[in-house]
Design a protein around this ligand. Structure first.
Ligand SMILES: C[S@@+](CC[C@H](N)C(=O)[O-])C[C@H]1O[C@@H](n2cnc3c(N)ncnc32)[C@H](O)[C@@H]1O
Length: 186
């Protein structure tokens, strides 16, 4: 199943590598930084816990899960034009009901200019904790010397990916990601 959001830092291009770490008999899937959740939609686990710092993103997923038809009705009523994009962007989601706020999020996500995100390296502490309590993990992280040093204690694969975060096609380029796991791929 394909994700319905376009998300900076999406793992879509890494899916062939990441899915090799998935076992169908895992009891539970946990993804704390879900974004477009493309790995989740690819493996479709029966039990999952998804989270994200972005409250609007989380509220959108929850509304699609709980009231898909209301969200669909709201999305369908939006006109695809620059004017309606600019008008909708000015509306604060707290002034909309849950379905309309989710539709707004989907619409802006679909038609916005490509974005960029940053994260930090405190991730290693979290991975060490998961490793200690016997949880299998797979993480991808932009390749750099610091990350190679930090994650070097686990299995690390360096993978080439096409980056699509630049707004202009000519500025898109190939970059490297590290796929880090505490287990071997299937
Ligand atoms: C690279 S994106 C995730 C990409 C996702 N795996 C995908 O395939 O689309 C990183 C996500 O982490 C979220 N995030 C960043 N810092 C966070 C934090 N401290 N706690 C929870 N989520 C966080 C961001 O809002 C963003 O959606």
């Amino acid at each position: 199943m394909k994700p319905f959001l376009r998300w900076a830092g999406s793992k879509r291009k890494l899916l062939p590598k990441l899915t090799a770490f998935w076992k169908s008999d895992y009891k539970r899937y946990v993804e704390p930084f879900m974004g477009s959740a493309c790995f989740f939609f690819s493996v479709r686990p029966t039990r999952a816990l998804l989270g994200d710092l972005n409250k609007e993103l989380v509220a959108t997923y929850a509304e699609i899960r709980d009231n898909p038809m209301s969200v669909w009705d709201c999305v369908s009523s939006l006109r695809q034009s620059k004017k309606s994009y600019c008008q909708l962007r000015k509306v604060h989601p707290s002034n909309l009901d849950a379905a309309a706020a989710a539709a707004r999020f989907l619409f802006l996500n679909r038609f916005c200019f490509n974005g960029l995100y940053r994260t930090n390296l405190r991730l290693t502490k979290c991975l060490q904790r998961l490793d200690r309590i016997g949880v299998d993990f797979v993480v991808s992280y932009a390749d750099c010397r610091e990350a190679r040093e930090l994650f070097g204690g686990w299995r690390v694969q360096r993978v080439a990916v096409q980056r699509n975060i630049a707004g202009f096609v000519g500025a898109r380029r190939c970059a490297y990601e590290l796929v880090i796991s505490n287990r071997t791929a299937n």
